[in-house]
Design a binder for this molecule. Structure first.
Ligand code: PRP
Length: 203
């Protein structure tokens, strides 16, 4: 049995489509159910940020998750394949017309991604105050709570509509197929078969 953790939303749906091809079976989570069993597979639907938790603890053997989440959580998972979909960027952004002054003491940065933010500024040898938020990050500089944000940008619409600009791209992100290291060791042949199928699919 291979247990697969998929994130709710578009990335999970895309991944499930590939698994449909792999299993030659229609796959659909019914009526808000969070588990779907088919043949030798058990698919589970979880929050994007929780995918590494399920895999790390062995509740899932493999899964699909964004590189931003992997980097943020520093999860010790095997990165099997960059799937190339779910592309977006982690950026540093600030209000239009505002010149980000890195020499300002205690620059305040609002973000969901505390670790990525701290690492980014530590590499610049800058100490900043990180304000952890859970969503609507773009609001923080607009109401004077932060100087800048570190956030995900996909189309760029949210930043544009809120009069923010990109100051620096921190990381290019896409969805990854990942595995629990022990599962990868014990079910290597099966897991590599899945990886190769994904690889051919996304070429
Ligand atoms: C993400 C991200 C941005 C937005 C970017 O938020 O944090 O706010 O999407 O997308 P865009 O560049 O295509 O406009 P999400 O939709 O996950 O909501 P959240 O603010 O509640 O985290």
């Amino acid at each position: 049995m291979i247990k697969v953790a998929l994130p709710k939303g578009r990335i999970g749906e895309k991944a499930l489509e590939v698994f449909e091809g792999f299993l030659q079976e229609k796959l659909c989570f019914e009526n808000r159910k969070l588990i779907l069993q088919k043949n030798d597979f058990c698919f589970m639907l979880v929050r994007n940020q929780d995918v590494p938790v399920y895999i790390k603890r062995g509740a899932a053997d493999i899964g699909v998750v964004g590189l931003d989440v992997l980097e943020e959580q520093q999860s010790p998972l095997v990165r099997l394949l960059d799937l190339g979909f779910g592309r977006c960027k982690v950026v540093l952004g600030s209000p239009n017309g505002y010149v980000l002054d890195f020499s300002k003491p205690n620059l305040k940065i609002a973000t969901k991604m505390e670790n990525i933010t701290k690492t980014f500024f530590a590499r610049k040898a800058l100490s900043v105050e990180v304000i952890k938020l859970y969503g609507s990050i773009e609001l923080a500089p607009l109401v004077g709570m932060a100087d800048a944000i570190v956030d995900l940008v996909e189309t760029g619409d949210t930043m544009r509509q809120n009069n923010l600009k990109v100051d620096e791209v921190i990381m290019e992100v896409s969805a990854y197929l990942v595995a629990n290291p022990n599962s990868f060791y014990s079910q290597k042949i099966k897991i590599l078969k899945i990886r190769d199928f994904f690889k051919n699919r996304i070429k």
